[in-house]
Design a protein around this ligand. Structure first.
Ligand code: NAD
Length: 286
């Protein structure tokens, strides 16, 4: 190091020590973060927030083009970022993703199980197929991520943090969100149980419960009992409402980073009861 300092000084270049002093280490420098569903919305904002704070990234999504765009932006922010196409509802695919990440980059320090889809419908009109898909992605997707990466983190024995995206809907009974709210309430309990188990390995687990956030989730939201044309019209109407009333995904990303830093168990990102009130008022009228 002394030789490098001396040579740099002789050549009139900033010495490594001077450079280090100018760019102080960022809070997540040297950390590797995995974010699922990073092609859009909260996942994308979270990936970019981690990149800004110095983390490297392993990102995945069903939509490879979208997640590659997030990876590109993250690289512009200085992160070493790579993207994968993964369906989180597919257990072996998530295991393969985790194995590739570990082989290429090492065991991640942070995993954000964010990928999820929306659904709206009463219990009686929700079909078994709709229940299946919502639970496969929103609940099994999180289970797969926790199991694949949690095992690697526990074996490594150097701690870490897992963040799961639940929802304010997990707390709010609503006749139109039965399947979605059930999947998110399960994610909440899964996170709590896992938090108790993982503390023995120095691994924190947080559940994030946002209210309405202005993202593309309405595009993946299915509405029970509607034909294709009605679905499209409903999606358009609801996405207008999300755009007008939703919180910016960047705010949720901030809370996710804070949950990791402060090791918080459950983080309602409903900004007081405003979003909670909005959800209960808005959901029955969907
Ligand atoms: P979004 O649709 O903007 O982003 C979700 C991303 O996940 C998309 O890029 C999508 O392609 C991806 N994805 C969907 N299914 C997948 C699968 N099977 N495998 C891999 N990737 C998949 O939505 P968002 O609002 O950013 O949602 C992120 C998370 O936040 C979800 O779990 C959602 O339930 C939760 N959430 C959202 C809101 C909201 O109001 N937007 C509120 C509370 C909780």
């Amino acid at each position: 190091r002394m030789v490098r300092e001396f040579v740099a000084h002789q050549e009139g270049r900033p010495t490594p020590a001077a450079s280090a002093a100018r760019s102080p280490r960022k809070p997540f420098s040297g950390k590797l973060a995995v974010v699922t569903g990073a092609g859009s919305g909260i996942g994308r904002a979270t990936a970019l927030a981690f990149a800004e704070q110095g983390a490297d990234l392993a990102l995945c999504d069903l939509d490879l083009d979208a997640v590659e765009r997030t990876a590109e932006l993250s690289r512009l922010l200085g992160a070493n970022a790579r993207s994968w196409k993964v369906d989180v509802s597919d257990g072996p695919a998530v295991d393969a993703f985790a194995a590739e990440v570990a082989a290429e980059r090492g065991v991640p320090d942070i995993v954000v199980n964010n990928a999820g889809i929306g659904h709206s419908g009463t219990f009686l009109e929700t079909t078994e197929q709709e229940w299946q898909r919502v639970l496969d992605v929103n609940l099994w997707g999180v289970i797969h991520g926790c199991r694949a990466f949690g095992t690697l983190m526990a074996e490594r024995g150097e701690g870490g943090h897992i963040v799961n995206l639940a929802s304010a809907a997990a707390y709010l009974p609503s006749k139109m969100l039965t399947a979605y709210a059930t999947s998110k309430a399960a994610v909440l309990m899964l996170s709590d149980c896992l938090r108790a188990e993982m503390s023995g390995f120095g691994i924190g687990v947080s559940a994030i419960c946002p209210g309405i956030v202005n993202t593309n989730i309405t595009k993946t939201t299915t509405f029970s009992g509607l034909d294709n044309a009605q679905q499209a019209a409903k999606q358009k109407r609801v996405s207008g409402l999300y755009a007008r009333r939703g919180f910016p995904p960047e705010k949720v990303a901030e809370e996710i980073l804070r949950a990791v830093t402060q090791d918080r168990a459950v983080v309602p990102v409903t900004f007081e009861s405003k979003a909670a009130r909005l959800i209960s008022r808005f959901a029955p009228g969907l």
